[in-house]
Write a protein that binds this ligand. Structure first.
Ligand code: GAP
Length: 463
């Protein structure tokens, strides 16, 4: 397990209690596994997205950004294969009416990969052969698996008929393929290069659950890297390493991570190599990030279906070809859950128990708290001035916290993962200093007020 002290119940309860994540539509009794990100949750989420954008777009010469539409021409999903085969094996228990995903049921009993490459009939047979029972009532009396398409269907315009059907995108990737040609024509990028985007995706999951790990509405950070056929496995190795290192750079602990390569029977028909970066969650190992070498499958499919020439012309080699694609695809919500679980800790300070999130300062929702020891001038006035300086910049979230004992205030910010607390006291007016209290070591030191901004920036930059 990732961290013996963090189970899912603890994480969910912390998230609600401290304003990270609330159950969706709660006043109406909720809506199955939907979640709203509160003031600290949305900061954490935005920080994660910003870090991804920095590493995958801004810091790179060879990747550009995109924000494509959620609603795409339905022919997109026909060509990509989503209409035909983006389906899970849905089975019902005839005894208690529990709904299960056949492949998940099989893997939960026989281990990862047990359902890999199996068609629905084989999944059903294997469940029966291994006498796998309903997780709810313990009997074995399932319906045969039915293909349940995961795409949300809706109608465009006022008339609800089949000619107006559109789908909410189940991945951001296809929008990238549709814009490949426009980007080649306008952005002076030469193959090899990538297009990345962050955005919402929707899947009508049969079994959403484990908090924000699997939901029907979620956000993805995906990049399609276009390269010359024959070079794709080199790029695949490169991006696997790059993704792994990005997670480490934000403090994820390697002992809770593993890289799992798909074996031949697990590979999708269009992929010649795929791996999952997995994390050991409190409920077991799960996919965090998928990195896939997708060959030229998608561009070829869209070229055939649309009639547009999506080949790339390599001027230097005087060669025209359909690029191959390597795709690192990551969920924002799942990444956020991973950082929460991984950073959660409980320890004891001076005989008192505390909960602390050791979030990397780059992603911590609140970067610093300004704590006036008393609510009176000159202490209050100095604290206000420091706080206002950060607020006026509007660059990151800094909080003023003036209620409760100083110990309580430290504890409050430990739970939010605030890396630095600056306490203004009676000496501050004379010596121009405040007490800096470090979240991780709980060490305290006097620092110059004029140095606070630099201290904070260095901390965020990891200096
Ligand atoms: N374009 C490829 C693609 O979408 P995927 O493995 O289906 O691949 C990529 O999804 C990532 O999106 C996953 O590794 C996971 O982090 C996230 N993801 C997928 N389905 C999700 C769901 N129902 N809820 C939350 N995150 C999800």
């Amino acid at each position: 397990m990732a961290n013996k002290k963090a189970d899912m119940k603890t994480i969910v309860s912390l998230c609600k209690r401290r304003g990270f994540i609330f159950p969706g539509s709660e006043i109406y009794g909720g809506l199955a596994n939907t979640w709203d990100y509160g003031p600290y949750g949305v900061e954490l989420k935005n920080n994660i997205k910003r870090e991804w954008w920095r590493a995958f777009i801004l810091k790179r010469d060879d990747v550009v950004g995109l924000d494509s539409a959620i609603l795409l021409n339905p022919k997109t999903w026909e060509a990509s294969g989503h209409l035909k085969s983006f389906a899970d094996p849905l089975m019902d228990c005839k005894e208690c009416k529990e709904r299960v995903r056949g492949d998940q049921l099989l893997e939960s009993k026989l281990g990862d990969g047990a359902a890999a490459g199996l068609d629905f009939a084989s999944i059903y047979a294997k469940i029966n052969d291994n006498d796998i029972k309903c997780p709810r009532c313990g009997k074995r009396n399932f319906t045969e698996p039915r293909a349940f398409n995961l795409m949300f269907k809706t109608f465009q315009g006022v008339i609800e008929d089949s000619t107006n059907v559109v789908y909410l995108r189940p991945e951001t990737a296809q929008g990238i393929f549709l814009e490949f040609k426009n980007i080649v024509n306008t952005c002076r990028q030469k193959v090899p290069f990538g297009i990345g985007q962050i955005g919402k995706s929707f899947r009508n999951e049969i079994t959403p659950g484990n908090f924000i790990f699997r939901t029907r509405e979620f956000e993805q950070m995906e990049m399609e890297f276009f390269c010359k056929p024959g070079t794709e496995l080199e790029w695949y190795a490169y991006w696997k390493k790059y993704c792994w290192e990005w997670l480490l750079s934000l403090g994820l602990r390697t002992e809770n991570m593993r890289m799992r390569d798909h074996d031949q029977k697990e590979l999708s028909h269009y992929s010649n190599a795929t791996c999952d970066i997995e994390y050991e969650y409190p409920f077991g190992w799960g996919e965090l990030w998928g990195v896939a070498s997708r060959t030229s499958f998608d561009l070829t499919a869209h070229m055939n279906a649309s009639g547009e020439d999506l080949r790339y012309f390599d001027q230097e080699a005087n060669d025209r070809y359909i690029p191959f694609v390597v795709e690192p695809a990551l969920g924002v919500d799942r990444t956020l859950l991973t950082f929460l679980v991984d950073s959660y800790d409980e320890d004891e300070i001076g005989g008192e128990k505390r909960v602390v999130l050791h979030l990397h300062p780059r992603i911590a929702p609140v970067k610093a708290a300004i704590l006036p020891l008393v609510k009176k001038d000159p202490v209050m006035g100095i604290a206000e001035k420091i706080y206002r300086g950060f607020k006026d910049e509007g660059e990151f979230l800094v909080e003023m916290d003036e209620s409760g004992s100083i110990g309580k205030r430290y504890r409050r910010h430990d739970e939010l993962g605030t890396p630095c607390c600056f306490t203004v006291d009676f000496e501050s007016e004379q010596d121009g200093k405040v007490t800096l209290r470090d979240r991780d070591t709980t060490k305290q030191e006097r620092v110059d007020i004029s140095n606070i901004e630099k201290i904070l920036r260095d901390k965020i930059r990891g200096v």
